[in-house]
Design a protein. Structure first.
Length: 425
């Protein structure tokens, strides 16, 4: 039975009201994998609008966290003012994500920490100078960052420091060593990010950086195992769920897709939704096989061709539950409870794979025809269409036609809930 204490403890963080405030379209690094390089226009966002967003997006009654970022937020001369302003609005936590170039100064550190910056995510992609500096395209960054990281740990012990690592072909073989290196410095929170096909990595450095997950599954597993160490808090971003077989508590919350497609890269996704996929993205189809949004983009096309289910009254509809704790509440704490629940349903079940039931009929995007905005499609996708299979499904005779099961059931009961059916089954 899966040990889901990690999953349930992460759920508390995911239930927070987390908002990302963009304050700079500029960066003082030159990362060879930058996803946003074509959007750097050396401007800062409008002060009034930033403050309005900070104020308007605060939610009464929630644990509120603001992440002041994009792209290198610390360059904005009003960075510390926005931190203070967020505290005046009563955010519980103010965080930033940084390459740390600006933090290499005692005065700057004092200024921002006195303004009440409480958590800093430090982007480090290697554990030595040569390759970190190569990846970030700026000589001297590694030594400086490390020096000031240690300075902050010593002089501002209450500041929460975590590390984000962008995984790519150059560093993936060393990923477990990179994590261990920073653990030795006393850092136990990591955000491991997969590259996605935008910006400089796609246009200039694809050949150097692109890797196939299946070729490095041993290095990924070795890294995921470190998440089991006491005190360790590991988050993952933009990896396809299949990369976490046996480590399902690391699968990213499906709602995170919203921040990618509706906020960060809305300009990529909105035109294709509104044009019924006639206006294709530049990365389609070249990079889809390595992209965690493969289903999001491709399901939109595929589901349009499917038949609409007319009489839903006839079925029990297996709906998504927003959090694993909701899944447990409704279906029970372990997979046997869930399977027992399904067996007791007295009508055919929609959205269930063959190995868990007999109907094998799924809802589609077209079930709600009026959906055309990116918000509506994204909600529909996350709530109904975001289904996943196990790597073992390749052995199943229904693999080609199956549409698997909603990702939150996989997160709750793990991939081994699915049982490949062989030719005798
Ligand atoms: S799935 Fe394909 S089209 Fe969609 S963002 Fe990824 S690479 Fe681009
Ligand atoms: S094992 Fe996989 S492919 Fe086979 S029915 Fe179950 S989910 Fe579908």
């Amino acid at each position: 039975m899966p040990n889901n204490s990690n999953l349930l403890s992460k759920e508390k963080t995911q239930k927070q009201n987390r908002i990302w405030v963009r304050i700079a379209s500029v960066c003082n690094n030159n990362c060879i994998f930058c996803l946003d390089s074509n959007a750097h226009d050396w401007t800062f966002s409008d002060e009034e609008e930033i403050k309005k967003n900070i104020k308007d997006w605060f939610k009464e009654g929630f644990n509120n966290r603001v992440i002041i970022s994009w792209w290198e937020a610390s360059i904005n001369p009003k960075f510390s003012d926005y931190i203070s302003y967020a505290k005046e609005v009563w955010y519980n936590r103010v965080q930033t994500i940084t390459n740390w170039i600006m933090f290499a100064s005692e005065d700057f550190c004092k200024k921002v920490f006195n303004a009440w910056l409480e958590e800093v995510t430090f982007s480090m992609h290697w554990h030595n100078e040569t390759l970190h500096d190569y990846l970030v395209g700026t000589p001297g960054t590694f030594k400086k960052s490390l020096k000031w990281l240690l300075y902050i740990k010593k002089h501002f012990p209450n500041i929460i420091i975590n590390i984000d690592i962008v995984v790519n072909k150059i560093n993936i073989n060393y990923l477990p060593d990179i994590v261990k290196f920073y653990m030795k410095l006393g850092i136990y929170e990591f955000d491991i990010l997969q590259i996605i096909p935008f910006g400089r990595w796609f246009h200039e450095n694809r050949q150097k950086l692109f890797y196939k997950l299946e070729d490095y599954s041993n290095k990924l597993s070795e890294t995921w195992k470190l998440s089991k160490i006491k005190w360790m808090y590991m988050w993952t971003n933009r990896f396809p769920a299949e990369a976490f077989e046996n480590f399902e508590d690391l699968i990213q919350d499906p709602r995170k897709i919203k921040s990618e497609v509706m906020w960060e890269w809305r300009h990529h996704f909105e035109p294709f939704i509104l044009s019924n996929w006639n206006e294709k993205q530049e990365c389609f189809p070249a990079a889809c096989d390595s992209c965690f949004l493969k289903q999001y983009c491709n399901d939109f096309i595929d589901n349009q061709k499917k038949k609409i289910i007319d009489d839903k009254q006839k079925y029990f509809i297996l709906k998504w539950e927003e959090f694993p704790s909701n899944v447990y509440e409704k279906y029970g704490k372990n997979k046997e409870d869930f399977i027992g629940f399904l067996k007791n349903i007295d009508k055919p079940i929609l959205n269930l794979p063959k190995c868990l039931g007999w109907t094998w009929i799924y809802e589609t995007y077209n079930d709600i025809m009026e959906e055309k905005s990116i918000e509506d499609y994204t909600e529909k996708y996350i709530n109904d269409l975001y289904r996943k299979k196990s790597l073992r499904c390749a052995e199943c005779k229904y693999n080609d036609k199956c549409e698997w099961i909603h990702i939150n059931f996989i997160r709750s009961y793990w991939f081994n809930i699915l049982n490949p059916i062989n030719n005798n089954g």
